[in-house]
Design a protein around this ligand. Structure first.
Ligand SMILES: [Zn+2]
Length: 292
């Protein structure tokens, strides 16, 4: 699997993270396919989460939860600093209504909630913005600009293929506190020359090629980010039991009365959990236990 490339200018005024995320995104479709629309949005979301997480600190994670009134309903991507990530969509089969060409209509009007774990704190930081376009990249940029009040560029692209996706990748460029006006205007003057990210991906670009123009025009140094990307879910029988308990006693009673095994598929990795009726009964009984 590939790695994230990270750079910071020697004066500390700008940083970039770039990645080719084709393999890790494809893991999300290895157990269950999705429509081209949903594959594109999911791939962009997991790429964005990986890039954001790479700028955090060890053991920290970021979750991006996009929810909207469109047919996709929601997309959730989570990534850790160490390059582990997972993603799911509310409706994998969702398509745009005929005649609609704007990908962002898949999510439609809605919100992006960003959940970041913080060093030495139990409770994560949560921030929410309205969706700007629903196309993922612009929404992440909008969130970063709103939360940090500093200009940034988020470019994410994914090209769906018949099976999984053909290629995915992107970068996040952020100005840092104390950046100069000169840096900003130089950055703006480069924008017409940046070119299409999708085109670069199609022609086999490496992560550093996606941001070549910035590396050429600013005094960047690379920051080693040694982690190989890996798709990791972290689901377990214990978590499934906990989510069943959250459904409450009456739902559990109905399941027990039906005398059928409960079959639960993990939304992130497709793993199947089968709970037999006696197992469900013991879970139900645990809800009756007196509180201490
Ligand atoms: Zn799982």
């Amino acid at each position: 699997m590939s790695k994230i490339k990270k750079y910071i200018t020697r004066d500390g005024s700008m940083r970039i993270a770039a990645v080719i995320s084709t393999e890790i995104a494809n893991e999300a479709f290895s157990f269950r396919e999705a429509s081209p629309l949903v594959k594109t949005l999911m791939s962009r979301a997991v790429t964005g989460a990986l890039l954001m997480a790479s700028q955090m600190k060890e053991n920290l994670a970021v979750g991006l939860h996009f929810t909207g009134i469109g047919p996709v309903k929601e997309i959730f991507a989570e990534a850790r600093y160490e390059g582990k990530a997972k993603v799911y969509a509310g409706d994998r089969g969702a398509e745009l209504v005929p005649g609609e060409t704007h990908l962002g209509a898949g999510l439609g009007e809605g919100f992006l909630e960003v959940v970041r774990s913080l060093p030495f704190q139990k409770e994560p930081h949560r921030g929410t913005v309205g969706l700007l376009t629903g196309e993922i990249g612009e929404d992440i940029a909008y969130y970063l600009q709103q939360s940090q009040q500093i200009p940034c560029i988020v470019a994410l692209s994914a090209i769906p293929s018949e099976k999984g996706i053909e290629i995915a990748g992107g970068y996040i460029l952020e100005l840092m506190p104390g950046y100069s006006e000169e840096t900003l205007s130089k950055l703006e003057s480069l924008q017409p020359l940046v070119g299409s990210l999708t085109q670069k991906l199609k022609t086999g670009a490496q992560a550093e090629d996606l941001i070549g123009i910035y590396l050429d025009h600013f005094d960047f140094q690379e920051i080693e980010h040694p982690f190989e990307l890996s798709y990791e879910c972290g689901c377990s029988l214990e978590r499934v039991e906990r989510s069943l308990l959250l459904l409450g006693p009456s739902v559990l009673d109905d399941m027990i009365t039906s005398q059928e095994d409960a079959v639960i598929h993990c939304e992130f990795c497709g793993k199947e959990y089968r709970l037999k009726v006696p197992h469900l009964s013991s879970l139900r009984d645990s809800l009756r236990a007196p509180l201490h």
